[in-house]
Design a binder for this molecule. Structure first.
Ligand code: 2NL
Length: 360
């Protein structure tokens, strides 16, 4: 074996064995670098005879390109191997199902409020909102609630603190959303169709009462709005809300200071097997209070009762939400009744995975 064949064997063998780029670079410098073995051999050509120089020179050039090609091929092979190793290590199954993330849901009371609002919006009612802390005038006087009325007692209404030196009556947490309707009358005048959904407060707390609950009141004022319009409006509302083709309503004479005449409204129903069915059966379920706007209340809202008249009604949202969705009692709202939450697809015992699996 001549010297060039030895060099060739040495370098091609070394390149084949090289395990990484650094080893390859070392071999490249040893062979082809300025002081590399091939370069030194090139320099020796000067001392050779013309004939020898030609054959050795050509052979050196061939060897040089062979080594160069081997280096490049090995470098590419190492890069491929590195990529394969990474692909194997970082393997990802994109066909795996996602991890479930329990989603929050809208609160049932909010949902029912939205439903009620949408139904009345379809019948041309605007939505009005107002303050939850009201003046004594908007909450009581404007509604023809006399000073001696029980609602005005300390036991029934939450009164705000007032400097004892201040002679004005204290503000209250509104006990109904009627004040919002008085404000709407003042702001827009007649004719008007409006509903007022929102939170109300009464000093009451037992199995069927909470100190804060939700109400929707509504009113329609025009030149000749009558109780017939009230009845039709409430029937349409009940059909849409309870999602039944027919309903039957019963108006029972009643009394509210702000309406005259006044009626409590019951809906025909049955309770077969503990299941409430609206629209058929031998039972009646009270769903709301209503009546014709008392003339003094119209006047308090700045509307002339000699020119205008209208109906008004009020219902408890929490109660009709419980009826519609079959919730047995109020504690569902306070103690997160599992049936109630499950009905809405909310699993209360699963901790959200975003908290890093604290439950495990
Ligand atoms: C009930 C009864 C009712 C009204 C609310 C009302 C409002 C104005 C004028 C006249 Cl500004 N009336 N609201 C009328 C009748 C009944 O609520 O039992 N609610 C839960």
């Amino acid at each position: 074996m001549n010297a060039l064949d030895e060099l060739k064997a040495k370098y091609l063998g070394g390149i084949a064995q090289a395990g990484d780029e650094a080893a390859l670079e070392e071999l490249r410098l040893a062979a082809l670098g300025k002081k590399g073995e091939i370069s030194l051999k090139m320099r020796e050509l000067g001392q050779m005879s013309a004939e020898e120089r030609q054959t050795t020179g050509a052979a050196l050039n061939v060897l040089k390109s062979e080594i160069d090609a081997a280096l490049r091929a090995k470098k590419a092979a190492l890069a491929d191997a590195a990529l394969d190793a990474r692909l194997a290590a970082e393997w990802l199954d994109v066909t795996l199902p996602g991890r479930p993330r329990p989603a929050g849901t809208i609160h049932p009371v909010s949902q029912v409020m939205d439903e009620v609002t949408a139904i009345f919006a379809d019948m041309g009612f605007d939505v009005a909102e107002g303050p939850q802390i009201e003046s004594d005038w908007y909450n009581f006087d404007a509604l023809n609630i006399p000073p001696e009325h029980p609602a005005r007692q300390e036991f029934d209404t939450f009164f705000m603190a007032r400097d004892p030196a201040d002679p004005r009556p204290p503000h209250v947490l509104r006990t109904h959303t009627s004040p919002v309707q008085i404000r709407a009358m003042e702001a827009k005048g007649a004719p008007i169709r409006v509903i007022a959904p929102g939170r109300v407060y009464r000093m009451d707390m037992d199995q069927t009462h909470a100190p804060m609950f939700h109400q929707v009141e509504g009113m329609a004022i025009g030149r000749d709005i009558s109780m017939a319009n009230l009845k039709w409006t409430l029937e349409e509302f009940c059909k849409a809300f309870f999602e039944v083709p027919n309903v039957e309503l019963r108006f029972r004479a009643s009394h509210f200071p702000f309406t005259e005449p006044s009626a409590e409204v019951d809906i025909r129903c049955s309770w077969e097997g503990g299941q409430l069915k609206i629209g058929e059966g031998d039972s009646w379920l009270e769903i709301l209070g209503s009546g014709m706007m008392q003339p003094k209340v119209l006047a308090a809202g700045g509307i002339d009762p000699n020119e205008w008249q209208g109906f008004a009604f009020g219902m408890g949202i929490d109660r009709i939400a419980m009826l519609k969705y079959g919730i047995p009692d109020l504690r569902a709202f306070f103690e997160s009744d599992l049936r109630w939450l499950k009905h809405y697809g909310f699993a209360p015992l699963d901790l959200p995975t975003v908290f890093g699996g604290l439950s495990k």
